[in-house]
Design a binder for this molecule. Structure first.
Ligand SMILES: C[S@@+](CC[C@H](N)C(=O)[O-])C[C@H]1O[C@@H](n2cnc3c(N)ncnc32)[C@H](O)[C@@H]1O
Length: 204
């Protein structure tokens, strides 16, 4: 069975006179996983356009072990146009799960939570820990600040004591079943969308 064509083929001549467009893509076609608005655009032009309207929330992950989860977070952060992703503890990860979205994101590394905290303090950004812990606050009714860092704990142990200490509040996504937690990448997606609902759609 032949794979269906994804994206668009070569652009008909004459080509538009637009410096954002990539001559190679115009010639060969654009099969990338980008929204139609960015068809044939150079990567740097897409990044510049995204930069002009990024949402002021950052996503931080603490010592995540599974590359697919890291990739999922980067891809979701791109979909919601987060300001950036801060990876605490791990420099090398297999980017396959990000489906190339890492090219359009600002990804920063921190050796430990202390370094993340120092950066957040410098930027006057409150860190909101996201985990289901004794005393944590339901995210569903929490007044998430517009500018903030959403910090997610490691698969298994969750937020470390240092991460809890660095957080102004810890919020949980309310659960109703028997499992102690949901997948960390899924939790990150829900939390990011909670920010979107509040700050893009005005839902409290
Ligand atoms: C496996 S969970 C943490 C485990 C949990 N603290 C426990 O007691 O088993 C890993 C990460 O996923 C995220 N997470 C999973 N379920 C969550 C939920 N219901 N609410 C908020 N965060 C959640 C958090 O960021 C958490 O640190």
């Amino acid at each position: 069975m032949t794979e269906p064509d994804v994206g668009v083929g070569p652009h008909p001549r004459p080509w538009p006179d637009d410096p954002r467009l990539d001559p190679d893509l115009l010639r060969e076609g654009d099969r990338r996983n980008v929204v139609d608005r960015y068809r044939y655009w150079k990567v740097e032009a897409i990044v510049a356009d995204l930069d002009a309207r990024r949402h002021p929330f950052w996503v931080a992950i603490e010592n995540w072990r599974h590359d697919l989860n890291i990739g999922t977070v980067v891809r979701t952060a791109n979909a919601f146009n987060a300001a950036g992703v801060r990876i605490v503890g791990r420099r090398r990860w297999n980017r396959r799960g990000a489906m190339v979205t890492d090219r359009y994101m600002h990804i920063h590394h921190h050796p430990d939570v202390a370094s993340l905290r120092e950066w957040a303090v410098g930027e006057e950004l409150p860190v909101i820990g996201i985990d289901l812990l004794p005393g944590s606050i339901p995210l569903e009714t929490y007044p998430l600040p517009r500018r903030c860092v959403l910090l997610f704990g490691q698969e298994g142990p969750g937020l470390s004591p240092a991460a809890r200490e660095a957080s102004v509040d810890v919020c949980h996504i309310t659960q109703f079943g028997s499992t102690r937690s949901i997948n960390a990448g899924v939790a990150a997606g829900i939390a990011m969308h909670t920010w979107i609902r509040r700050w893009v759609f005005g839902q409290t």
